[in-house]
Ligand binder design. Sequence first.
Ligand SMILES: Nc1ncnc2c1ncn2[C@@H]1O[C@H](COP(=O)(O)OP(=O)(O)OP(=O)(O)O)[C@@H](O)[C@H]1O
Ligand SMILES: [Mg+2]
Length: 487
Amino acid sequence: MMLYNNMDLTRETIIEDEKGKKMEALKVFTSSIGYLKNKLLTKCKNQTTDINESEITWVLTVPAIWDDKSRQFMREAAEKVPIYGEKLILALEPEAASFYCRHLPVQKDSDNSTYGVFKSGEKYMVVDAGGGTIDIIVHEVKGDGYVRELYKANGGDWGGTKVDSSFISLLADVVGKDVMETFKSDKKYDFLYLMRNFEIKKRTICPERSEKIIINIPISLSETFSKMNPGSNINEVTLNSKYGYQLTWTGNKVRIRMEAKLARTLFDANCKQIVDHLKDLFMQPVVKDVSSILLVGGFAESLMLQSAIRDAFKNKKVIIPAEADLAVLKGAVICGHEPEKISGRICRYTYGVDIVTEFDSTIHPNSKKFLRNNKEYCDDIFDIHVRVGQIVEVGEPQVRQTYVVTKPDQESIEFKIYTSNNKEPTYTTDEGCTYLGTLTIDMPDTSKGIDRGATVHMTFSGTEITVTAVDKDDPERAVTTKVDFLG
Ligand SMILES: Nc1ncnc2c1ncn2[C@@H]1O[C@H](COP(=O)(O)OP(=O)(O)OP(=O)(O)O)[C@@H](O)[C@H]1O
Ligand SMILES: [Mg+2]
């Protein structure tokens, strides 16, 4: 979750373990990816398949709601393993799930226009409900198995582990926050045991259930309670808590028995946030007529979430594929075997170049004015290339803008690339703007003086962005750079 919404993410970002020990996050990610890589290679070897490492394409999946920085961070972590650029595909998780579901065997229409569960022209929403995040995209099926994004990727951190936190809060309401925290830090192993037990029981909580839920609790929890509350009896304290008879200890304080109704409330906050968010989405004009919701991810297996969504969207078709928790994984494999079948994506940010223009006192503030060769210029103009919410064709160059030199003897032009959360940023210094990097094109031939320049365009290729500058008089002279989001 550290990579989600972390504006300050850099290659040096530090991550802490449970005990507060620090390490470079990049190292942790690299080690984890490396572990998986070795695991697979060993497995291949043990099964005496003669698969050569060079034959493997690796697909690393990331949430679609992650920003450019986090995606690049994952790619660099993989490159350090090493899994090199051309052998590595970054796939967006709900997109992978979308591809998987479109490969599910179904009857084809007589006109052969059905792909997977959806027909050509059909619009559907993919909700990937995981442990940490809920990740949402909206797709429209085009011809030839292509899909187009209809609305920018969105979601939030309302994944299945929030239910676990609700359970811990519930216990803390009874035994006290201080007891819970001491237990969690002093009895790490027992705490994990408790969470594993809860994980098993969590999967049995459903809307129809009437029998109580019994969860094994390590004895050390009630021991910690007694130590910190001498003279108090945990049974009495529980009975007097706001849960009353809904929660009772049994088996000499190693089990807790919870009314099914109370257990269901652990899902309330989560399900409400997800449903409210989806309701908001369906208010959007382009999403309004989306007829199906494809629910995937581990948390999609939860009958509580399934019924919350089915109840809230009675007029939509809610599709939950078998093995919903594996849809992303299987879809990722498909992504590795087939070229991307995304024809258009919705831009999640505005991208542009920092320029100077002639100063116009009717629109520009004085603070942006500067003099060069006795002429007034306005600094820090955000020259927009693509806007947030706009459709970009994947792999196609976007608008081409030409910029000229400002001095006759100038031997290079620097383009400072910026991004913004706003649709129409005016200056690169506006709130929400972030500097991404500089692209420099050499223009050593100064014979044409001021009549020189370069054309710049951006290309969005799946999960990366490249910027290209071409000398307007010499197409051979061109530079391209991948945008470096980690600065
Ligand atoms: N049958 C089930 N009932 C309820 N919850 C479930 C069930 N199966 C899995 N989960 C929950 O789903 C979550 C894990 O989902 P998943 O494996 O998709 O997560 P992830 O992909 O690792 O996380 P993220 O997508 O946030 O990166 C856990 O919170 C788990 O408790
Ligand atoms: Mg996931």
